[in-house]
Write a protein that binds this ligand. Sequence first.
Ligand SMILES: Nc1ncnc2c1ncn2[C@@H]1O[C@H](COP(=O)(O)OP(=O)(O)OP(=O)(O)O)[C@@H](O)[C@H]1O
Ligand SMILES: [Mg+2]
Length: 233
Amino acid sequence: MHFGYGQDPVLQGLSFTAKRGEKVALVGPTGAGKSTIVMLLPRLYDIQKGEIHIDGKPLAAYTQKSLRELIAFVPQKPFLFYDTVAENISFGRAYGREEIKSAAMSAHADEFILRLEKGYDTVLAEAGKSLSGGQQQRLAIARALVKKAPILIMDEATSSLDAVSEEHIKQALRGLKGQITQIIIAHRLSTIEDADRIIYLDKGRKIAEGTKDELLVSCPQFKLMWDLLYQNK
Ligand SMILES: Nc1ncnc2c1ncn2[C@@H]1O[C@H](COP(=O)(O)OP(=O)(O)OP(=O)(O)O)[C@@H](O)[C@H]1O
Ligand SMILES: [Mg+2]
């Protein structure tokens, strides 16, 4: 497929498949086009050439509403609003408190929510400003998990998390493997490690695709990234 925001192409001749139940990781340097790819799936933007299919049907065959049902999306920057924690997680849908709590536990958010003045009924400041970056991310992840959508997209969703929270979330996502399709953008090692497939992108093109072990052999850029991540672990 091809896509550009303006005249200049951002994604060029790009093609890949995520099979049902698979966890696919998109990696590559900043500006490679990773966020752009995942924004095309819920049609936040439309591609200009080529096609994207979900379950064998082109995106155009889905209504916006049905696409939103299919996809849970955790954006690179979480957006929270002036309302209770529970409403921020349920995001306009009617979930029981137990469902909300269970999603919050998977996202390792329950522990800090319970320490807030009114727990799940605490009203958040505008844009979640009363919370740390990692707490905001955990709420955004809880919001995606409570939806139980068949496709989960996470864009650097664990970038400001501490190691303990990250480990909790990793476990929760591992439990979803085989059940839902996960497309994960990550700079962190732990999120890439157990991916079924990794796609290495640079300047809007796919440079390599394979498992971690395959890419370590076939893709020097990936090996370099991996070695640097290991030093920082
Ligand atoms: N809304 C936009 N309008 C115009 N250009 C954009 C827009 N969003 C991204 N771009 C450009 O598209 C290219 C790809 O950006 P993208 O955000 O997809 O990269 P990324 O791989 O997610 O990078 P990062 O790792 O920094 O998040 C960049 O050159 C960027 O400047
Ligand atoms: Mg990005």
